[in-house]
Design a binder for this molecule. Structure first.
Ligand SMILES: [Zn+2]
Length: 271
C-alpha cells in the first residue's frame, strides 16, 4: 500500500509532481470535490484510511466522499451510505460526506435518514442507476434537495448521452440549487459552459476529463465555476491535479484564479 502511494509521486511521476507542487499557490489547501469510499461492482475498492493516506501524500486537505456503484447496495443504498458515514466519523475534518440514491426506487426514506444524520450532499449517477436527468422522479429529487439547500453532485461524464438539455429546466426552476457537474459534462463541455455560464451555483468538477475538454472548459467558462476533483479510486490526486493545472495554464487562466479552482470555489459551500 505504502509502495503504491509513493509510486504516485515518485519514479516516472517525480518531475510531473514537482511541477504540480510548484504550481499550487502557497497557502492553498487543496479540496477534492469528487472521491469514492466503499466497493464497486467492477471490483474497485477504497477505504477511509486509504483515502486519508492518499490525501496526506498529496497534500490534499479535504475531500467530498460518497459511495461507488456498490454491489452491497440494498435497494436504498443505505449500506454503502453507512460506510461513508463511518469514514466521516473517523476523519470529520478530512471528509465531506455525500450520500447516494437510486432515483428509480423508493428513495424518500433514505433521503430523510441521511439528511437527518447530517450528510452534506447527494450523489447521483445516471449511467450506473439508469435514469435520465429529466425523469420526473429525478426532477422531484432535485426539488427536494433545493428545498433544504442540499448540494447535488451528478456524474456528468463517460457514457452520458444527454446532460445540458434535460438539466436546464431544473437549473432554471431552482436557481439556488447547488449543483456539481462531475467530470465537467465532458461529453457536451462547450454547450454546458454556454448553458450554465453565470449560474453561480453550478460548478464544473474536473476529474478524469480529457485534456482537450479540460482546455476547452478553461477557455469557455469563468474560473469561479470550476472546481478540482480526483474521482479516486479511478483517478489519482497527482495526475488529476496535473491535468487541471496544465489545462489552466494552456488556456491562460490567471494564477489568481487557481486558489478558487483548487479549493475556495467549493470550500465556501461547506464552511
Ligand atoms: Zn466518480
Amino acid at each position: 500500500m505504502e509502495h503504491n502511494i509513493e509510486a504516485l509521486t515518485g519514479g516516472a511521476m517525480a518531475s510531473i509532481w514537482s511541477w504540480v507542487q510548484a504550481k499550487i499557490p502557497a497557502g492553498v489547501e487543496v479540496f477534492d470535490a469528487h472521491a469514492h469510499i466503499g466497493a464497486d461492482i467492477d471490483g474497485r475498492t477504497m477505504t477511509g484510511d486509504g483515502m486519508r493516506e492518499r490525501m496526506e501524500a498529496a497534500g490534499v486537505n479535504k475531500s467530498i466522499v460518497f459511495p461507488l456503484n456498490d454491489p452491497n447496495a440494498r435497494d436504498d443504498y443505505s449500506g454503502p451510505n453507512d460506510v461513508v458515514w463511518s469514514a466521516y466519523e473517523e476523519y470529520p475534518s478530512s471528509f465531506v460526506p455525500f450520500f447516494r440514491l437510486n432515483p428509480n426506487l423508493d428513495y424518500d426514506r433514505e433521503f430523510g435518514r441521511c439528511v437527518e444524520r447530517g450528510f452534506m450532499g447527494l450523489k447521483l449517477h445516471p449511467v450506473s442507476q439508469e435514469f435520465e436527468l429529466d425523469d420526473s422522479k429525478v426532477v422531484r429529487l432535485f426539488g427536494m434537495a433545493a428545498e433544504i439547500d442540499l448540494p447535488v453532485l451528478i456524474h456528468a461524464g463517460f457514457a452520458m448521452q444527454r446532460i445540458v438539455e434535460p438539466l436546464l429546466q431544473t437549473v432554471e426552476a431552482h436557481p439556488g440549487l447547488r449543483l456539481i457537474l462531475g467530470h465537467s459534462a465532458m461529453v457536451e463541455v462547450l454547450s454546458a459552459a454556454h448553458a450554465f455560464e453565470g449560474h453561480r451555483n453550478v460548478l464544473f468538477e474536473t476529474s478524469v476529463v480529457q485534456a482537450k475538454d479540460l482546455y476547452e472548459l478553461c477557455c469557455s467558462i469563468d474560473p469561479s465555476q470550476i472546481c478540482y476533483g480526483s474521482d479516486i479510486p479511478y483517478g489519482d490526486l497527482p495526475s488529476t491535479l496535473h491535468a487541471i493545472l496544465a489545462a489552466a495554464e494552456a488556456a491562460g487562466v490567471p494564477e489568481e484564479a487557481l486558489p478558487g479552482i483548487l479549493s475556495e470555489n467549493i470550500r465556501r459551500w461547506f464552511p
